[in-house]
Write a protein that binds this ligand. Structure first.
Ligand code: UDP
Length: 412
């Protein structure tokens, strides 16, 4: 990314940027390392992509490390992910061995940088065991959970609890996800970068050209869900919604997704989706490369309504991206989608394909409502879910945990 913080003044105002510089002054030179398990694909990579350069622009010394793993490791961490989101998953000793061996390999590689860092942010369960393998750590370690952990599978949580309880703090996206842990827990919602290729304004001609390239006729309303091919995103439920809707309305459905290198289930889910969509020329299933940001931007802007019918959702950056583009969202009534879709104001929360079809039909018959909801959604994102608010909360958290440590040392 080649943007600097000052570029955002035009979007969020001078005060928001000046405040960040003021807060960051006390953290100048602090070594900050973020660790996750994929460089591209999914919301965490999307956030780290701008977070690291902007922390550096603020005078911190930030870097991003990615866990290297084999298929056995990613199968285990996907089971952690599914289990944290409430699925009943099998967790065998050999899966845990595969997990621990891979993290140990990565720890040998990363120890010098992690043990020297003033702050280490470990994203999600994949790298969580690193802390136990860095005995000479000097700084504060924070576990950042992006997943809807409101009702975790007990067995999975017991294991993860043993890995994360020694952290100095943890971060969840909303209060419902917080867990019983022996350290401070912070609630920080994610955010989007309004100037990225995914979200910046693009010309109408580019939107039209994108539809043409993808062979999507623009002769009736387009409904789009952008998501990794993951069962929690319920792509087959979206197709059932569309089939119900098609009985009375002419529209097109675009399901745009791609894989993430840390998600081994994508290919199987993609097959299920293709099967459900076959023989319907109004359904367009797209498997996009991980850098197709402008294509996704154009698809979201070409759409009349965006769908995100997840059955579990940590936050749902795709919802934020849609609202920012002035589109109403039909969202699953779960997790972080509920932070963003204010029922009847920025879209509708739905529980079933029938409910989703009903709401989409209602909106398609009411263009004024679509436009009003779009404006409300955009303003809502501007006030709550842009990266400057997110950065501010990271900085205050870092100042807070460091002060907590200093006070603790004084008291000893
Ligand atoms: N995304 C993408 N290509 C895809 C699917 C998703 O670039 O094929 C992006 C999407 O635009 C969003 C992020 O990946 O920025 C997904 O984040 P979200 O929080 O919605 O879901 P996650 O994948 O993290 O569960």
């Amino acid at each position: 990314m080649d943007r600097v913080l000052d570029d955002y003044r035009a979007v969020v105002g001078d005060n928001a940027v000046s405040q960040l510089r003021q807060l960051a002054g006390d953290l100048a030179g602090a070594k900050v390392v973020h660790v996750n398990s994929t460089k591209s694909g999914g919301g965490v990579a999307e956030i780290l992509d701008w977070l690291i350069p902007l922390m550096n622009d603020l005078g911190l010394d930030a870097s991003w490390e990615v866990i290297e793993g084999n298929p056995d490791y990613f199968n285990t961490t996907k089971a952690f992910h599914n289990g944290l989101q409430g699925n009943n998953v099998a967790l065998t000793q050999s899966m845990l061995d595969a997990y621990e061996t891979t993290v140990a390999f990565n720890a040998r590689r990363l120890r010098p940088i992690l043990e020297e860092a003033d702050f280490v942010f470990i994203h999600d369960p994949q790298p969580a065991k690193l802390l136990q393998l860095c005995p000479d750590r000097k700084g504060m370690w924070i576990w950042r959970c992006h997943i809807d952990a409101s009702h975790p599978n007990r067995k999975v949580w017991r294991y993860l609890h043993s890995l994360v309880s020694d952290y100095d703090a943890s971060i969840f996206s909303m209060p419902d996800f917080a867990q019983r842990l022996p350290h401070a827990q912070f609630i920080i919602a994610p955010s989007i970068d309004p100037l990225s290729d995914k979200n910046r304004d693009i010309p109408e001609e580019e939107i039209a050209a994108t539809l043409e390239t993808l062979k999507i006729p623009n002769n009736c309303p387009i409904l789009t869900q952008v998501s990794r091919f993951d069962r929690f995103k319920d792509p087959t439920g979206v197709i059932r919604t569309f089939k119900l809707l098609s009985e009375s309305v002419e529209a097109r459905l675009v399901l745009a997704g791609g894989g993430a290198t840390d998600d081994p289930e994508g290919a199987a889910v993609f097959e299920e989706v293709m099967d459900e969509a076959k023989d319907n020329d109004h359904i367009h299933v797209l498997m996009l490369p991980s850098d197709a940001h402008r294509t996704i931007n154009a698809l979201q802007r070409a759409s009349t309504i965006i769908i995100q019918k997840s059955t579990q959702e940590g936050f749902g950056l795709t919802v934020t991206e849609a609202l920012w583009k002035g589109k109403p969202v039909i969202g699953g009534n779960v997790g972080g989608i509920r932070l963003q879709v204010h029922n009847h104001h920025t879209g509708y929360l739905v529980n079933t394909p029938e409910g989703a079809a009903l709401r989409i039909r209602e909106l398609l018959r009411n263009p004024v409502k679509i436009s009003n909801m779009g404006q409300t959604g955009k303003q809502f994102v501007k006030e709550n879910f842009l990266l400057t608010r997110h950065l501010r909360e990271y900085l205050t958290l870092m100042l807070g945990v460091r002060r907590g440590l200093e006070n603790h040392l004084i008291a000893q």
